[in-house]
Write a protein that binds this ligand. Structure first.
Ligand SMILES: [Zn+2]
Length: 279
């Protein structure tokens, strides 16, 4: 068994890889042990996910949405008081559409009691052109692609051998080849996406979702099918992230957007856009 990133032997690896971090609400989308080796898993956790999750937008998002960390803690939302002293608030969702806010700092509490204000900066979107975010989205894209093709038997060796993914692989795992792999971000809906889940008969909150998008039909060369552009499109709490797996270019996607009224494929039926991965 070989790791889908570094291609080294991963037969003895023990870690399970979360495609989207647990701290962003993902408990189910995982790759079983040996698909990503322990060394790559550790690298992604410390060098890519940690700095991304510590960015002001993600700290604020995780606090606002009260998403528990791996250790079951709810992160605080940074704020500051009128006198500029920094503080932290914690939000706990409660049953009746209200928010319970816990203030642990006595000074802040005294201040609130005196009708003073606590300011909480709101970060609406993650930054554009950020190296860590481009690696973060690229890593998720490769893993989500592996998850999609893993339905086929004996897929892993073919996946490792597929050199069409090498440029993105080398960039996200070793920082090689590019100073930046471009990604596209925009808000496509409100942070609170809710949907009705028939199975459990409950209103569920949609935390994240993704799909793949192939704007043009694959070029056929003998038995080989070549994709010029394979886009990965993901939404995490209302923000859409798009990255190209096959080359560091977004131009085909941007053209598609302008030809299609800037719709998101995540809000369309599959028959309305090409997702012809045939898997
Ligand atoms: Zn590896």
């Amino acid at each position: 068994m070989r790791c889908i990133f570094c291609k080294k032997d991963s037969s003895n690896s023990k870690s399970v890889e979360h495609i989207i971090p647990e701290s962003l609400g993902n408990k189910k989308q995982i790759l079983s042990k040996g698909i990503v080796c322990d060394s790559c898993n550790n690298y992604f956790a410390l060098k890519i996910e940690k700095p991304v999750l510590e960015m002001p937008y993600y700290v604020s998002l995780r606090g606002r949405k009260a998403i528990e960390t791996k250790k079951g803690k709810i992160p605080g939302i940074p704020g500051f008081m009128k006198n500029r002293n920094e503080t932290e608030l914690k939000v706990f969702p409660s049953e009746s559409n209200t928010l319970k806010i816990v203030v642990e700092d006595q000074d802040v509490w005294d201040s609130i009691k005196n009708y003073d204000k606590v300011y909480v900066p709101l970060y609406d979107k993650p930054p554009k052109d950020n190296l860590n975010i481009s690696k973060f989205v690229g890593k998720i894209a490769i893993e989500a692609f592996a998850k999609r093709v893993s339905l086929a038997e004996d897929w892993q060796n073919d996946f490792v051998e597929n050199d069409g993914l090498d440029e993105l692989r080398h960039f996200v795992r070793f920082g090689k080849g590019y100073t930046m792999w471009p990604y596209h971000i925009r808000r496509i809906c409100d942070e609170n996406q809710i949907s009705y889940d028939k199975k459990s008969n409950k209103i569920m909150e949609k935390m994240n979702e993704y799909d793949f998008f192939i704007p043009e039909k694959p070029t056929v060369d003998g038995e080989n099918h070549r994709l010029d552009n394979l886009y990965f499109v993901m939404a995490i709490m209302g923000i859409e992230y798009t990255i190209n797996l096959t080359n560091a270019g977004l131009s085909r996607y941007l053209k598609w957007l302008s030809d299609n009224d800037n719709k998101s494929i995540l809000q369309m039926k599959k028959s309305q856009f090409h997702s012809n991965l045939n898997i």
